[in-house]
Design a protein around this ligand. Structure first.
Ligand code: PMT
Length: 224
């Protein structure tokens, strides 16, 4: 990657899953190892950016040089991101926040003798939609879309609905792409209609391609 080409920019990056408690021992979550988000943070640090990594629970080591912010629930991730966005230039949301949470959290462990627990679910807040509504002039917002079919169509819809500048679409049903693995195969879709289909590559290289695209979009916007 280019040397220090992101110096002067503050990136907020989300990674990993979030978890929503059902009772003191059980939770709802989404699949995510955190590898994609951590790779983005690592490459951004290497290229000279200031990086805040807002991370759900993962088994990964902290990224040296990044400011680590550890969160558990989607609401906590939202507050962390809102806090960090006060002086940030770019948000890249690679996390897989839990989309649903129990309306009521049982304070005691639910016992099998009590029968099946009734789980009434509600939606968690949408981090990207909230942040993009409150965005300051000059802030760039990048989302991911994890799809299992019609990836480009669903990705384009999320790009528009969440008010993003760029969306990184991955078909998580493809071998070597999506969760857990060290590689990913993504399609970059921009607000202006560009479609960039990247081959399967290491997540660190995917990260570099995304960062370079963000840098390019920002310099085009600033008329450089
Ligand atoms: O962590 P890895 O194991 O390396 O796997 C990487 C990954 C597959 C998790 C990653 O590449 C990825 O696709 N992340 C997005 C997962 C996801 O939640 O996708 P989604 O299509 O459900 O959400 C779309 C976008 O909205 C995402 O940017 C997500 O961060 C964001 N979102 C989702 C829910 C929510 N409540 N708030 C959000 O902001």
């Amino acid at each position: 990657a280019e040397h220090q080409d992101l110096a002067g920019l503050h990136f907020v990056i989300t990674a990993g899953p979030t978890v929503e408690d059902i009772d003191p021992v059980r939770y709802l979550s989404n699949r995510s190892s955190g590898k994609m988000g951590y790779a983005l943070a690592q490459q951004a640090v290497q290229r000279g950016a200031e990086v805040t990594l807002v991370s759900g629970p993962t088994h990964l080591h902290p990224v040296p040089g990044a400011k680590m912010m550890y969160v558990r629930s989607t609401t906590e991730m939202l507050s962390g991101v809102q806090q960090a966005m006060k002086d940030a230039d770019v948000l890249i949301a690679a996390a897989a926040p839990a989309d649903y949470r129990p309306v009521q959290v049982y304070r005691q462990k639910w016992k099998k003798a009590d029968g099946l627990p009734q789980l009434e679910l509600e939606q968690t807040p949408d981090i990207l939609a909230n942040v993009s509504l409150a965005r300051k002039a000059g802030q760039t917002i990048v989302g991911f879309a994890a799809e299992t079919r019609d990836a480009i169509a669903f990705g384009r819809r999320k790009l528009t609905e969440k008010g993003l500048d760029l969306i990184v679409v991955n078909d998580v049903s493809q071998p070597g792409a999506g969760f857990d693995v060290d590689t990913n195969q993504v399609i970059l879709l921009t607000q202006s209609g560009e479609v960039d289909e990247l081959p399967l590559m290491a997540k660190s290289n995917v990260a570099d391609r995304i960062l370079t695209r963000v840098k390019l979009m920002r310099s085009q916007k600033n008329g450089e």
